[in-house]
Design a protein around this ligand. Sequence first.
Ligand code: ZN
Length: 462
Amino acid sequence: MTTKRKLNKTGKITLAIVIIIVIGLPVVFFLTRKYTKNEMHILKMTENYQIKIDYPVIHQKDLDKQIKEYIKVEEEKFLNTVDLKIPVGESQKYELIIGYQLTKQQDLNKITHYHIHFETYSYMGDNQYIRNDKMFHYDNKNKKNLSISDYLNGNDALEELSILSYYYMMQYIESNKLVLDETIIKQATTINIENYEIFSFKNDGLEISFPLYKISSEHDEVIKIVIPAKEINGLLKNQYKIKENKRKEETIVSEKRDISKYKNKKLIAFTFDDGPSIHTTYLLDKLKEHDAKVTFFVLGNRVETNQMVLKRAYQEGHEIGSHTYNHRNLLLLNDYARIQEIKETNQVIENIIGVKPTLLRPPYGNINEETKKISNMHIIEWGIDTLDWKTKDKELIAKEIVDNAYDGAIILLHDIYEFSVEGALLAMEKLKQEGYAFVTISEMAKLKNVTLDYTTLYRHFN
Ligand code: ZN
């Protein structure tokens, strides 16, 4: 009898535990705001060099392994070379930058293909960054890597692709008034699948990039063309044909607010660099609670992969500025590359939100008179550097902001890190009680009666 009663009791306890787990776990899960990590960031800075790497986490074992391997090899290659070099000097450092663009192809709700394009830049102390491109085309159904010939309808198709590519490259060169030898173009587009490694499917056609540095060391350009769907479809296997869905011409409107009510408040401009990312979405949710508008200095190479959140940020009245395309040190680039870094970013942003940015934050704050002139944008630096990437601690980041805050301050943060976003929000909570309002750079300029010019480096408004 007693044994039976005991068993029943144990049974009840077990049942209670099960119920607690079943009900409790999802609640805990919900409260801790779990998201799936979709990206990794590596940032290392020493006296001698700096490394800045972004790479995606796909949650596909085989592909993730390949990506990690690529990153590891590139990092090791860089570090081994740097090891043998003497320091470049005080104002310059050796540098490795890896960024990526990710596009997915979907079939109903299933992702059928991943296309990941890595752009790697290393600065080894000469005149120029050395560029290296790597692309993964991954068939998610059959779990294998694909090359262009897997998409094409037979060998003749490759030959036709070569002819089309040559034609569109020549057209590109003409319309951009580039001076390039025709033999280089011929060589870049010959029937060799290695020439066609970097491609991705767009709404309107097949985009192919030709890194000319692979052909001739005299050229560091990468020429990007789009072969229109109606021409390329004839060469593609049935399942890969591009369904031309004419993108609806939607006009995106940015929410405007009446800033006169902040006239007598202390003002702070929070600025977020190096994004957008998965954390930007969360930040946008929370900014509403603080009646806060902020400024995002986005990287051109991240804009297409994260276009939904960029659009949303703009629609919700935040300001979108440029942080260049690849985060290279503008002081180390030749004129052409510098213009490209700036113009290309403005173009991809305009493609998504409909307006070109007017604010530029150069990577590391590095800019000279010539680049200022070329850019024709307002240069926004910062007065408070949170060093968020270094401390990696939301409390310390918040403290740094609150302790140093003043009316008219511009604060530097990075929305690719969860701790930065959390730190900014914690700081806002405190600063709000101290009578601060949170405004964009343009709102701040207006409220402080500053007309932005093209020569000043703005570090604060006071
Ligand atoms: Zn940056």
